[in-house]
Design a protein around this ligand. Structure first.
Ligand SMILES: Nc1ncnc2c1ncn2[C@@H]1O[C@H](COP(=O)(O)OP(=O)(O)OP(=O)(O)O)[C@@H](O)[C@H]1O
Length: 264
């Protein structure tokens, strides 16, 4: 079964943490939209609010202001339908459950009927055949990330949210995961958002890269990644440069804003 993803619209989205003297404006009013079935990568300086935006879209964090609609529905509606899946950097698997147990549990939590064949199939597709009974502690970091992705995909989510999913693994493993895993969600028309610190990863995986400035984040770059870039390393290199230039522009704008004399 294929469940195509919705368009995601964030309107005047804002998030503050704390109050009074400790008030922190994590996300200043920001309006963003993400096309149905596309993978968008969010990049920007540390602390600019990328994860907070993702967590609000996931319904894990309540916005202080503004609205999020996924094909006209709220994140909570999507969660209730088991249509939304999120993977974090630390994989956050249950240590006492096997690979099979962790993946099967995700279906249960999404209120989907058990499906042993689908669980076995997704474990094989992320390259973990033979490790079905292993506990997370017996797996490498890259293997744990694969389980985390399998756990997302087993629910056939319409929306996939990835927060630095490959951040905790070495460069080589990361490059391999970058090649092997995206086809698993690209084919099904899932709307996907990924936060990453790696500009190369963003360009390699996404259809679009959105570049944020330092907090309070503004969009300082919105770069479309044409499909041919997947097989054209020169084009990939040029796009990486373009994203890096937008990041640098975001930094200098921010510095000039914070210290008006810096621009003189
Ligand atoms: N639960 C929270 N309570 C208080 N402050 C928070 C909370 N979550 C995030 N923040 C703050 O909000 C700001 C944005 O954080 P966020 O994690 O969204 O940034 P980020 O761009 O994802 O950073 P990084 O790239 O380092 O992961 C930061 O200043 C952070 O300290």
């Amino acid at each position: 079964m294929t469940r195509t993803g919705p368009e995601i619209r964030c309107t005047d989205l804002a998030k503050n943490f704390g109050k009074g003297a400790t008030l922190l404006e994590a996300v200043a009013p920001l309006s963003l939209s993400f096309a149905a079935g596309q993978m968008t990568a969010l990049v920007g300086p540390s602390g600019c609010g990328k994860s907070t935006v993702l967590r609000m879209i996931a319904g894990l964090e309540q916005p202080s202001a503004g609205q999020i609609l996924l094909g006209g529905q709220t994140p909570q509606d999507m969660q209730r339908q088991g249509a939304l899946a999120m993977a974090f950097q630390d994989a956050s698997l249950l240590p006492w459950r096997s690979v099979r147990g962790n993946v099967a549990l995700a279906r249960k939590l999404a209120r989907l009927p058990g499906d042993t064949a689908a669980v076995e199939d997704i474990i094989a597709r992320v390259g973990l055949s033979g490790f079905e009974d292993a506990r997370p502690a017996e797996l490498s970091g890259g293997m744990r990330q694969r389980v985390a992705i399998a756990r997302c995909l087993i629910t056939q989510p319409r929306v996939l949210l990835l927060d630095e999913p490959f951040g905790a693994v070495d460069e080589l493993t990361r490059a391999r995961l970058n090649l092997e895993l995206p086809p698993l969600w690209q084919a099904s028309g899932t709307t996907a958002l990924m936060v990453t610190h790696s500009v190369r990863e963003a360009v390699a995986l996404a259809d679009r890269v959105l570049v944020f400035s330092s907090r309070p984040a503004r969009v300082v770059g919105d770069i479309a990644i044409p499909a041919e870039a997947r097989s054209d390393t020169a084009l990939q290199g040029a796009l990486v440069e373009q994203v890096n230039a937008a990041l640098a522009q975001g930094w200098s704008d921010h510095a000039a804003h914070a210290q008006p004399w810096a621009a003189q």
